[in-house]
Design a protein around this ligand. Sequence first.
Ligand code: NI
Length: 257
Amino acid sequence: MPDIKYFDTHAHYDVQFEDDLSEVLDNIYKLGVHKIVDVGYSKESSEDAIRLSNKYDYIYSAVGFHPQEAEKDNNVNILYDWVRDNKKIVAIGEIGLDYHYDMDKKLQKDLFISQIAIANELGLPIIIHNREADMDVLDILKNQMKPNVGVIFHCFSSSLEVAKEVLKHGWYISISGTITFNNANSLIEVAQYVPLDKLLIETDCPYLAPEPFRGRRNDSSKVQLVAEKIAQLKGISIDEVALNTYNNGCKIYNIKE
Ligand code: NI
């Protein structure tokens, strides 16, 4: 039997898993998901991500302040301390801009830019949260990112045109379970277009469970359904999607096997 390994490049285990976390994580590994990055979005969730990554061999962490934190009083310099003290932090994120909700744009940009500066300095890739803010996110990245520092567009939901711009810079596109939803038309175009060497897959669990589990609690084992859907769309085997996205994940997060 072929041994297919999967990399869930974006998950959140700090919420909705209070009762059964260790059971779920043991099972996920047995189901073939052999790498997970647990992603912070605030001080508390980043510390949770670090704790989890220090407990499980196959889990890594990302630390950062999501745009929803922009109006709060957060000190981003704590990122330096976390990274210095924890070898399993592999990225700064999730960070970015969210214009869906009415939150101060100037404060969001300031928070985003200050964390990009830290990522540049530390040489760590960044995980982008972009909601309805394509042009500002692209502008900021073009102006602020050091070349050779990696960028991942997590849970990609923008147009094919934006995807082409992202790829032009050598940045990565990560596709979540939303690819299985029946209104995924433009994401389907993106999935078909993204070359295999710039593609990542993720669950963003506990959110965004793919069909036929939509609306239920998601977990990393469902990344297989994302791979399956992309394989279908690209007309290639699921093994090929799994292998490429696994290797890409290790490469962008600089994980040595
Ligand atoms: Ni997320």
